[in-house]
Design a protein around this ligand. Structure first.
Ligand code: BES
Ligand code: ZN
Length: 465
């Protein structure tokens, strides 16, 4: 049999063509007309887990999108990892800005362009291919592997949260492995030890029962659009601080050691500014950009709409105005408390002449983990072997709320070993996944299985008495 390394380099073309297959499925979870495609992506994953050598694979239907579970448990006495990932993707609009169609995966300059390439189908299959590589080259795998793949990550993971609670026994493991994040840069591999949490709200401001002629009524009634933008403008001050009373009450302060570690990273505000093409950066006074993105909470309007937005002019006072507002959270803020405080403040500052409703769409807590756990150290060794350089530990500003749920429900550590890059255009046009990162990611996953399979590779050493 070929060695693992030789096998993986031999199989590159096949791995790439399989990646293209799954990226061609438009599994947009938020779009009800794409539900059959999300199901197709689940079926693809189901089949691929079977052909990789999983001995039991099951697709569970849920009230929304299916969950795919797979396992290979042939390494008696060895640790078990649970690989989590998602096969749903974000919407693709604005479509006209894509250089190649989002569901026709296209390789340019060593990168594959397609929606879901980095977030998360391309990343998740690295682990499926790694298990398969072990089984095909040695007939066994150094650890037991379970997979939990879902189709609702981009819309809040509601079904998988429930599944986790109901199937905690079946999902028992020594560590959870997730590849749904990016590395610091291609030259500096990293492991993520912190994510921000999220509270997502939709605000509705209603004035009259129906739209009104702005000549007949203008000046004598309130305009809900004016009212809403006035309210939203009061959520942050000019220095970038959120003004919702109590918003910062539970925010854990950055430690001196963490601030020092962030400052030691090769980050440039200039380069960040240029990479996004903005005239300047802006954020909470007193913090660096990395601190603002990774360890401070934030608030953003994600969408706002009301009245007439077509071509030309229409003189109208809209009956209602709406906005989607989300807040990124840090330890120890809780989503429920922040949602309550935000809703109360919005209602308090709303003019008397409108009716305001605030709906909580979804949310989840931030996650920060110790970096010295044996599973983290094993991941660090695996990355050094695959990427030729020891990884640094970083935090990320994005959210994967289920990570904290895994730790809480299963009582095991999570390792966030992502292979994306900062310029992967997640949730934006021209999402891509760097193919070097893909191939090295498969290696890193295979090495992680080896490292965790070492005696005590995944276990905390027993305390000496
Ligand atoms: N892969 C991302 C999470 C992510 C983004 C990690 C950026 C690190 C950096 C994930 O698929 C995602 O987009 N999550 C959502 C949260 C979810 C509850 C909708 C997010 O962060 O907006
Ligand atoms: Zn995403």
């Amino acid at each position: 049999m070929a060695t693992l390394g030789a096998y993986l380099s031999e199989q590159r073309d096949r791995h790439l063509s399989e990646l293209k297959d799954v990226l061609a499925i438009p599994s947009i979870s938020t779009d009800p007309t794409r539900a059959a495609d999300v199901k197709r992506a689940a079926e693809w994953m189901h089949g691929r887990l079977e052909s990789a050598g999983c001995t039991r694979v099951a697709t569970h239907s849920t009230p929304f999108h299916p969950i795919v579970y797979g396992e290979w448990l042939g390494a008696a006495g060895r640790p078990t990892i649970l690989v989590y990932g998602h096969f749903d993707v974000q919407p693709v609009d604005p479509l006209e800005l894509w250089h190649s169609p989002p569901f026709e995966p296209t390789v340019r300059d060593g990168r594959i362009y397609a929606r879901g390439s980095s977030d998360d189908k391309g990343q998740v299959i690295t682990h499926v291919l790694a298990l398969e590589a072990h089984l095909r080259t040695s007939g066994t795998c150094p650890v037991n592997v379970k997979f939990l793949l879902e189709g609702e990550e981009e819309v809040g993971s509601e079904s998988v949260e429930a599944f986790l609670k109901a199937h905690a026994r079946e999902l028992a493991c020594d560590a959870v492995v997730v590849s749904d994040t990016a590395m610091f840069s291609k030259r500096l591999p990293s492991i993520v030890y912190g994510l921000r949490g999220l509270t997502y709200l939709e605000v509705l401001v209603r004035g009259s029962d129906s739209d009104l002629h702005s000549g007949s009524f203008g000046g004598a009634v309130i305009n809900p659009a004016n009212a809403l933008v006035g309210m939203l403008a009061r959520l942050k001050d000019a220095k970038g601080r959120v003004t919702i009373p109590g918003f910062y009450d539970k925010v854990r302060r950055l430690t001196a050691a963490e601030r020092k570690a962030f400052r030691a990273l090769p980050h440039s505000d200039q380069a960040l500014r240029r990479s996004i093409g903005a005239p300047d950066l802006f954020g909470e006074a007193g913090y660096t950009s990395l601190e603002r993105m990774w360890a401070r909470p934030s608030l953003d309007i994600n969408g706002i709409w009301s009245g007439f937005t077509g071509k030309g002019a229409k003189t109208v006072i809209p009956a209602e105005a709406r906005a989607k507002v989300s807040m990124r959270l840090v330890p120890d803020q809780t989503s429920a408390e922040i949602a309550r405080k935000a809703a109360a403040y919005l209602k308090k500052i709303a003019p008397k002449a409108v009716k305001t409703t605030v709906e909580e769409l979804h949310g989840g807590p931030a996650w920060v983990a110790p970096t010295d756990h044996p599973a983290m150290r094993a991941a660090s060794r695996a990355i050094r072997r695959a990427f030729g350089k020891a990884p640094v530990f970083v935090r990320e500003g994005g959210s994967i709320p289920i990570v904290a749920s895994f730790e809480r429900t299963l009582g095991v550590p999570a390792v966030l070993m992502g292979f994306g890059l900062q310029d992967d255009n997640l949730h934006a046009p021209n999402e891509k996944f760097d193919l070097d990162q893909f191939y090295r990611g498969i290696e890193a996953s295979a090495f992680l299985m080896e490292e965790l399979g070492q005696p005590n590779g995944a276990k905390k050493p027993a305390r000496r008495r």
